[in-house]
Design a binder for this molecule. Structure first.
Ligand code: ADP
Ligand code: GN1
Ligand code: MG
Length: 360
């Protein structure tokens, strides 16, 4: 993508100030993200090419983001910093379509930090507060939301995709993956029976973020406190347990998501406690008993789902996640499986911590 092309796209949005530069940012697995710097004291912007293969209805997704951010803005002290601000195109749409590509812009929130890994329990606590608060701010949001990715955290749907991918075996990788496939199959019933509690309403649904890894939270640089949840592409109705579980998958990992050295990867129970404490400080009062009962399990559920998704993408020939090298998705599978096993070993302790914290 040339600078000229990027400039031409950015110029179609309602930006204040002349563009000084457009530079790539971050390492997201799905979209391409750029920072648009403007001349002088004018605001800067985030320009994103939204992955249309993964998000079939980008206009519907942008409607979701606009609606939830407008809702949050009504309730917070600093509406320009405590949530994203969507910048429309000059034609009034929330995106610009350029051939097959869809682009969107939001305000760059200055003086913030984001992290790929939690390096202290204090940060994990703040992360928990951030997602708990995000859910609380949206607890009275009552407009319908578009389903941006079908069955995103629905393991029944994921197993359907899984069975089809294994049957198809498009690049002939299934035969060498019998052990990894058994990791998935041996947990199928357990995961489906958890999900059936969401399907039958035992576990309620809410407006949720659905992609709560640590890099999707901004922290305020001057105070170190959490500022807001970003990357709102997957905001949809689901169980709030998914947001907790996905964050636990990310904040508690002592290694990297794609660590080649499996000895680095464990679930840190201290990080678990810190994140849970932050989250429950915002959410405890409104949670049902069924949500509390399954809170610790949600870390296992989402980590399992991630093992399945990475492995399924590897079997499929690496079409979904961006990869940096040939067997990247397999390395991710192994590292996430190590994390899952670590959670399974420490599950009783996780449950005891939830019990202790929720009794406070
Ligand atoms: P992706 O979908 O590729 O993960 P994100 O929306 O998460 O993209 O953005 C990638 C990174 O860019 C974030 O982790 C954060 O560091 C930074 N970022 C995104 N949006 C903003 C924003 N509005 N203000 C400041 N930084 C941002
Ligand atoms: C993707 O977009 P990003 O990088 O924040 C993915 C998540 C995965 C995550 C794994 C829309 O998140 O579901 O958990 O990678 N997002 C989508 O790191 O599939
Ligand atoms: Mg992101």
């Amino acid at each position: 993508m040339t600078q000229e092309k990027l400039q031409a796209i950015a110029a179609q949005f309602e930006l204040v100030g002349d563009i000084e530069s457009i530079k790539p940012l971050g390492e997201g697995f799905i979209n391409d993200t750029f920072v648009v710097k403007t001349v002088g004291d004018n605001p800067n912007y985030i320009l994103q090419r939204k992955n249309h293969n993964i998000f079939p209805d980008v206009p519907g997704m942008m409607d979701n983001i606009k609606a939830v951010t407008e809702h949050i803005k009504q309730k917070v002290a600093d509406p320009m910093r405590e949530t994203l601000t969507v910048i429309p195109a000059k034609d009034g749409k929330l995106y610009v379509q350029d051939g097959e590509n869809f682009w969107a812009v939001c305000l760059f929130i200055a003086d913030t930090a984001s992290y790929d890994r939690a390096d202290s329990p204090a940060l994990a606590y703040q992360g928990g507060v951030g997602i708990g608060r995000f859910q609380a701010l949206l607890s009275d949001f009552d407009k319908p939301l578009n389903e941006t990715i079908k069955g995103f955290h629905n393991i029944r749907w994921r197993f359907q995709q899984w069975d089809e991918t294994i049957a198809k075996d498009p690049v002939g990788r299934v035969k060498e993956l019998q052990e990894e496939i058994s990791w998935i199959e041996s947990r199928r019933e357990e995961m489906l029976s958890f999900w059936s509690l969401v399907e039958d309403g035992t576990i309620p649904t809410h407006v949720t973020h659905n992609d709560t890894k640590i890099s999707n939270i901004l922290f305020d640089k001057p105070t170190g406190n959490v500022l807001c949840a970003i990357d709102l592409d997957t905001v949809m109705s689901s169980t709030s347990l998914n947001d907790f579980g996905d964050a636990i998958r990310s904040y508690t990992n002592t290694g990297a998501e794609d660590d080649k050295c499996l000895d680095n990867v464990e679930m840190s129970i201290d990080m678990f406690r810190a994140y849970a404490e932050g989250y429950l400080s915002e959410q405890r009062a409104t949670m049902t008993q069924s949500e509390l009962d399954w809170l610790a399990f949600s870390g296992r559920y989402i980590t399992f789902e991630q093992v399945l998704r990475f492995l399924m993408d590897y079997i499929d020939g690496d079409n979904y996640y961006k990869t940096a090298y040939a067997d990247h998705n397999l390395v991710r599978t192994h590292a996430q499986y190590k994390l899952l096993q670590s959670m399974e070993r420490q599950y009783d302790e996780m449950c005891a911590i939830v019990k202790e914290l929720s009794a406070k």
